[in-house]
Design a protein around this ligand. Sequence first.
Ligand code: GUN
Length: 306
Amino acid sequence: MVRILQGGPVAEAIRTHVGRKVKQLQQQHGVTPGLAAILVGDNPASSVYVRNKERACRQAGILTETFHMPASTSQGELLQVVARLNDDLRFHGILVQLPLPPHLEEATVINAVHPSKDIDGLHPINMGRLAKGEPAFVPCTPAGVQQLLLWYGYSLEGKHVVICGRSNIVGKPLALLLLQKAPGANATVTVCHTGTVDLAGVTRQADILVVAAGRPNTITGEMVQEPTVVIDVGINRVPDTASERGYRLTGDVDFDSVAPKVQAISPVPGGVGPMTIAMLLFNTLKAACHTVGAPCSLPPLPKGDP
Ligand code: GUN
């Protein structure tokens, strides 16, 4: 029987832990962690993410403000807002919601966020630190994938992790994270992408298969083998006339053909999604802790084998 790796309970435990640490930081240091989110334009999925992030911040006692700018915002205007937030002591973290409208240069904007406030871990300094195994902000989705696996008792030590997708936001940083010679990592990592020859031949060899390809049905039943644990990072809106909203959310994995063939799988929605937000709260707390030299760690993992 396949095991469904729900992100909700894990995310909840992390958020509760963050909430407690936020109170401690306020009592002991008089500091309230703050997160500034910048949303440019009206991408519906981005608006939903930002609203969810706001709600989660408030529940954890983190100060949050969203700077919603019109789609016509110029690069210069956006950089000015980032510069102002870099200097604003109320905010320990700055999140620039991606994707940006096409006329804006994502890399330039990300590089403008001060690395000490880069709670998304996307600045080249943080990515470089992660690559070198130095302390860094780890991008939220990769950190969430790692925590989800560890929480359900799946060690990564010595495992063959196959990652489908090489994005800067998931695939690449996840590969760097799981390669670390550190507890909770030390995996053998293979990264597949659109140029991979015989994708199924590689995915069938995975102990753990993480799919972040940005395309529904990237992985189907004949591409997996029984002992594999599958983590589906994809969130795709596919048209669905039976749904009131006119669409439904689906991952990158064909759940119906893959689930019966594997040991465990994370669902979409409700798998990695809640983890990303929990890790964003944790990174914001961490940024605030850094400013006063306070220690900051994740909650201990539950005991026991899968
Ligand atoms: N868009 C989709 N996921 C993310 C994320 O984790 N961070 C940011 N900034 N934008 C996103």
